[in-house]
Design a protein around this ligand. Structure first.
Ligand code: SAM
Ligand code: SF4
Ligand code: SF4
Length: 374
C-alpha cells in the first residue's frame, strides 16, 4: 500500500502567465505546433470534484475530507469558459468535450452547454459538443442536457459485475444506476453513446468478455464499448506496468468468443482503434495509450477547472489563461497568446516513454487527471 501514500505536490499553481505577442494576427484556423499537429479538440474540466473515488483516478486515501478542492471563486465562470472556447474555435477547434471530475456535479451545467452550442466554426458549422460522465446523475439530467444542445455522451463503466464495480468506484455505487443513465441518454437521443472501460489487470479484466457480450446484446449494437489501457496519469494512482493489460490481449480475448475485423478510423487523430463484430452486431474501440502511443496525431488541448491550459495529459506545467482573462486582456491578445503557446508545443510523452526515453526531467510531477479531465 505504500505506493498509494505518496504525498502530492499541488500542481495547480505550476503555471506561467502566457506571453502576448507583440504583433497580433487574427486566428487563421490553421495553427500547427512544432510537430505540425493542428489544434482540433478541446477538453474542458468544469469541476475538480467527483462523487466516485475510482482507485485509478481519485484514490480515497488521498482525496478524502481534508483534500483541498478548489474554491468556487477559482473556477472559470460559464462566461469565461465560453469566451475562451470561442477563441479556441477560431484557432481550429471543432470538438469540445466537457469533463472533470464529474461534470454533472457542476451546477446549472445546461446553461454552459446552451452557451457553447451557439458557437460556430469559421465555416459556420456547429461544434461536436460532448461530455464524459460516470452517469450517476445522467438519468435525471439527460433530457435537460439534450434540450440545451449537447449532442452525445460518453459514459464510464468498468464492470458489469456489481461487486467488482462497487469496489472500483469505491463508493458502493451499483451498476444498475449507470445502466439507467445509459438508457436515459439513448431515449432522449444523446447517441451514439460510447462506454469507456478502463482495464486494470487483476481487478476487472475478467469483465472484458461479459461487457462485450452485454453491449452486443443490448441497444442493437448502437453503443460503442471502448477499452482503455490503465494509464500512469497523475502521481497518486499507484500505477505499475504489470497492472496494464495491453489492448492486443483485450482484442484476442474478445475475438476468441465474438470474431472481430478492423474498421478504418473516422478521422486522423482518433484515439480509439476501431473493430467490428463479423456478425454485424456493432463495434468496439481500443485505446492503447500505453502500448501504442498516438502522440503523432494528438490534436488535443485541455483546459483545467481554473483556466489553466495543458498541452498533454502528462503535462507538468500549465498556461494560466485565467490570469489573462482576469487582467482585462482583449480577445485579440488572448487569441494571440493561445497561438504562441500551441505553436511552441512539442509534447509527446507516451511516444518518448514507449521509445524507452525518460519523458520527464527528474523531480517533475504530472498534473492530476480529475483536475484536467480525461
Ligand atoms: N468523471 C467522469 C468519468 O469518469 O467519466 C469524467 C472524468 S474521468 C477523469 C474521464 C475518463 O478518464 C474516464 O473514462 C476514466 O475512466 C478515465 N481515466 C481516469 N483515470 C484513468 C487512468 N489512470 N487510466 C486510464 N483512464 C483513466
Ligand atoms: Fe470520478 Fe471519473 Fe475519476 Fe472515477 S474516473 S474518480 S468517476 S473523475
Ligand atoms: Fe497527446 Fe500527450 Fe497523450 Fe501523446 S501523451 S497522445 S501528446 S496527450
Amino acid at each position: 500500500m505504500a505506493e498509494r501514500t505518496i504525498p502530492i505536490a499541488d500542481q495547480r499553481h505550476a503555471a506561467a502567465v502566457p506571453a502576448i505577442p507583440a504583433v497580433l494576427q487574427p486566428p487563421s484556423g490553421l495553427l500547427a505546433d512544432r510537430l505540425g499537429r493542428p489544434l482540433r479538440d478541446l477538453r474542458i474540466s468544469v469541476t475538480d470534484r467527483c462523487n466516485f473515488r475510482c482507485s485509478y483516478c481519485m484514490p480515497k486515501e488521498i482525496f478524502d475530507g481534508s483534500y483541498p478542492f478548489l474554491p468556487h471563486a477559482s473556477l472559470l465562470s460559464f462566461e469565461e469558459i465560453t469566451r475562451l472556447a470561442r477563441l479556441f474555435v477560431a484557432h481550429g477547434v471543432r470538438k469540445i468535450r466537457l469533463t472533470g471530475g464529474e461534470p454533472l456535479l457542476r451546477k446549472n451545467l445546461e446553461t454552459l452547454i446552451a452557451m457553447l452550442a451557439e458557437l460556430r466554426t469559421p465555416d459556420g458549422e456547429p461544434l461536436d459538443l460532448t461530455l464524459t460522465t460516470n452517469a450517476t446523475l445522467l438519468a435525471k439530467k439527460a433530457r435537460a442536457l439534450k434540450d440545451a444542445g449537447l449532442q452525445r455522451v460518453t459514459v464510464s463503466l468498468d464492470a458489469l459485475d456489481d461487486a467488482v464495480f462497487r469496489a472500483m468506484n469505491d463508493v458502493d455505487f451499483p451498476v444498475a444506476g449507470v445502466l439507467d443513465g445509459i438508457d436515459a441518454a439513448m431515449r432522449v437521443g444523446l447517441g451514439p453513446v460510447k462506454v469507456n472501460m478502463v482495464v486494470k489487470r487483476g481487478t476487472n479484466d475478467g469483465e472484458i468478455v461479459p461487457m462485450a457480450r452485454f453491449f452486443r446484446d443490448h441497444y442493437d449494437g448502437r453503443v460503442v464499448l471502448r477499452f482503455i489501457e490503465f494509464m500512469d496519469v497523475g502521481n497518486t494512482n499507484g500505477w505499475r506496468m504489470d497492472h496494464v493489460l495491453p489492448s492486443a490481449q483485450v482484442l484476442e480475448r474478445i475475438d476468441r468468443v465474438f470474431p472481430l475485423e478492423p474498421v478504418e478510423p473516422n478521422y486522423t487523430g482518433e484515439t480509439a482503434e476501431r473493430w467490428r463484430y463479423r456478425d454485424g452486431r456493432g463495434e468496439i474501440g481500443l485505446i492503447s495509450s500505453v502500448t501504442q502511443a498516438f502522440c503523432r496525431d494528438c490534436n488535443r488541448a485541455r483546459l483545467s477547472t481554473e483556466g489553466k491550459l495543458y498541452l498533454c495529459l502528462f503535462a507538468t506545467r500549465g498556461h494560466d489563461l485565467r490570469a489573462l482573462l482576469r487582467s482585462g486582456a482583449s480577445d485579440a491578445q488572448i487569441a494571440g497568446a493561445i497561438g504562441l503557446i500551441w505553436a511552441d508545443r512539442d509534447d509527446r510523452y507516451s511516444e518518448l516513454r514507449s521509445a524507452g526515453q525518460a519523458p520527464l526531467a527528474s523531480g517533475e510531477r504530472k498534473v492530476e487527471m480529475h483536475y484536467i479531465g480525461g
